[in-house]
Design a protein around this ligand. Structure first.
Ligand code: FE2
Ligand code: FE2
Length: 318
């Protein structure tokens, strides 16, 4: 029998979010269309600035490589992340931030898809710790991360943005020890666990949601928490953030309608950052206007000092 050559080759999926930065790839990447693999990104290409933006706009989550290129891909990944966390690598902060953002996003996606995997969870946890250090030790890191637009309204990217804001806000308002901040960062990455799975279209104002969509939306924190609470490796703090990140101090939040004294301190921090990035990422409000809108329309829903501190932080973002 004459078997087409392509069928003899094994193709392995990998995450598009791991393609970042100006390091050239030394493997070909393929897209699968109707069971066929078509060359999509060539060996020698790199993924910074406008090019990554174009790739993201295609909304592809997964590409494929030939199995004999797997080690080249692993080497690319390691080299990329090592360089990104190295202040002295000679690379621009924008380039480094893009790689770090993509890496965080891919770790979150891994947990979304494999919540039972202890290895995936620990990988995300260790990587959240490195991310927190990067943000806290380099002055330009915050701005560089916030300048990466979430052009494809990716839920894991949204998690990284909420993590960026919450880590900095936690440091600014104080009261959280370093271990707690690391767990809050991880909680932010994973906070919208259910949105990764529930199929809701989030990029429109809530007022345009149908009744069924709204019911699903109002239940997403509970559904997310329920999906992970029996997994022993999930930290309590992370589950609380998944469950309570849509609560508001006046009791108007969901799913429980908790009041300030009953909201977990970590979740309280995340909720205001989440509200801000919802406006930016899913409602298309520009970054400066988003903070103003929050101050006008959401006053009283989040602690005033948190909102003011968030305003100070957002002044650094263009
Ligand atoms: Fe949410
Ligand atoms: Fe969210």
């Amino acid at each position: 029998m004459n078997i087409p050559k392509q069928d003899l080759i094994e193709y392995i999926p990998f995450r598009v979010s791991t393609l970042r930065g100006d390091q050239k790839i030394d493997f070909n990447a393929y897209v699968r269309v109707n069971e066929k693999y078509i060359l999509y990104v060539r060996q020698g290409d790199s993924f910074e600035g406008a090019r990554i933006k174009r790739l993201k706009e295609k909304k592809l989550k997964q590409l494929f490589l030939k199995s004999d290129d797997e080690s080249n891909y692993r080497i690319y990944l390691e080299r990329n992340i090592e360089m990104a966390y190295d202040k002295k690598s000679g690379k621009t902060i924008e380039n480094r931030a893009e790689i770090i953002q993509g890496s965080q996003q891919s770790k979150a996606e891994e947990v979304f898809e494999n919540p039972t995997s202890l290895a995936a969870y620990n990988d995300a946890k260790n990587s959240a710790e490195k991310f927190t250090q990067f943000l806290q030790s380099e002055d330009e890191a915050f701005q560089a991360l916030m300048n990466i637009d979430n052009v494809d309204q990716n839920i894991a990217h949204h998690g990284v943005t909420v993590a960026t804001l919450s880590t900095m806000l936690g440091k600014k308002v104080g009261g959280f020890d370093p271990k707690q901040i690391n767990l809050i960062t991880l909680g932010c990455l994973l906070h919208d666990f259910d949105h990764y799975h529930n199929g809701l279209t989030l990029n429109k104002p809530l007022s345009q949601f149908s009744q069924t969509e709204m019911e699903k939306y109002k239940n997403h924190p509970r559904a997310g928490a329920q999906a992970v609470q029996d997994k022993k490796h999930f930290d309590d703090q992370v589950i609380k953030i998944i469950m309570q990140h849509e609560e508001r101090i006046d009791g108007s939040g969901f799913p429980m309608g908790l009041r300030e004294k009953d909201i977990d301190p970590g979740a309280k921090l995340v909720s205001v950052c989440n509200a801000l990035d919802r406006l930016i990422t899913f409602e298309g409000v520009n970054k400066t206007a988003a903070y103003k809108e929050l101050m006008i329309n959401k006053i009283g829903l989040y602690p005033l000092n948190y909102m003011q501190a968030l305003g100070d932080l957002m002044m650094k973002v263009k």
